[in-house]
Ligand binder design. Structure first.
Ligand code: 3PG
Length: 213
């Protein structure tokens, strides 16, 4: 496995599913269904106990699958996730400690921002791509358009509150490289083990295009 930069990873999108699993087995099944629909990059969050095991199992599904760890809220989680097989990390925010822990673990980080001050901190630490979270509640498309003025070179992966209907609007912005969301894996569909339908949602998502691609 070669180490990829965040800039390479986000371009494998345009949609990165944000996932939380009840068990490692569920993680493996859902990841397989998403991969069958053409999704090559996914984010498995540490919101559940099963997160690390699911990362381990999903990472082994295919040589070209890129599994990231999501909801990094404690610096020490970076090394644990890297050990489990995560190839990148996503955090809802950014601190210097998280930045350093990701660097130390060799985990490319997509840090979260919501305000201009967050953005300036991210720029100071050298980030060129950030997650905009929670995208829809924090201002959605107009907010990203407003960020483009003062921060023209910065690219965003908006996440939070994005739906299949909203995704194309975000993806049409020049400063958006990909979007993240949980709409590819509705809870009821996962509970019903409706893998075919998840594959169908994944395929529809991979057919969306971002201008940054
Ligand atoms: C995230 O962590 O990025 C979001 O919780 C995903 O948001 P969604 O569930 O609203 O798509």
């Amino acid at each position: 496995m070669t180490t990829k930069q965040v800039s390479d990873i986000v371009r494998l999108g345009p949609v990165i599913p944000v996932l939380a699993f009840d068990s490692a087995e569920q993680g493996e099944n859902v990841s397989r269904a998403l991969y069958a629909g053409g999704v090559k990059v996914l984010e498995i969050t540490l919101r559940t106990e099963a997160g690390l095991k699911a990362i381990e199992r999903a990472s082994q599904l295919a040589p070209d699958i890129v599994v990231g760890v999501g909801t990094l809220i404690q610096p020490r989680q970076c090394a644990l996730a890297k050990k489990a097989g995560a190839q990148f990390g996503v955090s809802p925010g950014l601190t210097k400690e998280m930045h350093q822990a990701a660097l130390d673990a060799g985990l490319p980080l997509l840090p979260g921002v919501m305000t201009p001050t967050d953005i300036i901190t991210a720029l100071e630490l050298g980030y060129e791509i950030v997650k905009f979270f929670p995208a829809q509640p924090a201002g959605g498309v107009p907010m990203l358009q407003a960020f483009h003025g003062p921060f023209p070179a910065l690219k965003f992966c908006p996440t939070g509150g994005i739906t299949a209907e909203l995704a194309p609007h975000f993806l049409s912005l020049p400063n958006v490289v990909c979007v993240g969301g949980s709409w590819l894996t509705p809870k009821a569909m996962v509970a019903a083990e409706n893998w075919d339908e998840i594959t169908r949602l994944a395929r529809a998502a991979t057919e969306l295009a971002a201008p940054g691609h």
